[in-house]
Design a protein around this ligand. Sequence first.
Ligand code: IMP
Length: 180
Amino acid sequence: MNMQPVTLKDKQFKPYIPADELQQIVARLGEQISSDYAGKSPVFLIVLNGAFMFGADLMKHIDLTCRISLIKVSSYQGMQSTHTVSELIGLNESIENEDVVIVEDIVDTGVTMDHLLGTFKDKKPKSLAICSLLFKPDKFTKNFKIDYIGKSIPNEFVVGYGFDYEGYGRNLPCLYSVKE
Ligand code: IMP
């Protein structure tokens, strides 16, 4: 596997989490969710664009009868959170009285997820859980519980495996962190 540094626009990124480690993390999350939801039929809401690769891999490890919706919300520009959240699109089905699992790429400040939680709670699901591949505890400003965390990371900007820097890098199969 190519684990050389990569350049995206004006920034250099160094290898951070290799693809095989990511796959182990994703498999563990999938097995945990499958076991916790045994006998239930949850609805998975995969948050685009960032969670497209993680979501696709995660679903291969979900051993349940379930539905999947791809939803979209955006709060980020460049390497700084803008703290503004745009409207939610893509949720075209009712989640009332359903067990819902939100699948996110990362919880950073938590602003995006906090907004999503508010939006979804209004739709009266039976239960609402969060599965995030990454978590940056040092940046977190909210106090909701994250039910499934792939890995907690320091306050570093990452790209690859769905994560982007100004739209670039999502296709990389492993994670890279920015070189300061
Ligand atoms: P939050 O609202 O601050 O929690 O930010 C959430 C969103 O910011 C995520 O869904 C990502 O799209 C983006 N984001 C946060 N940290 C990073 C990063 O290190 N690399 C790329 N995108 C990030």
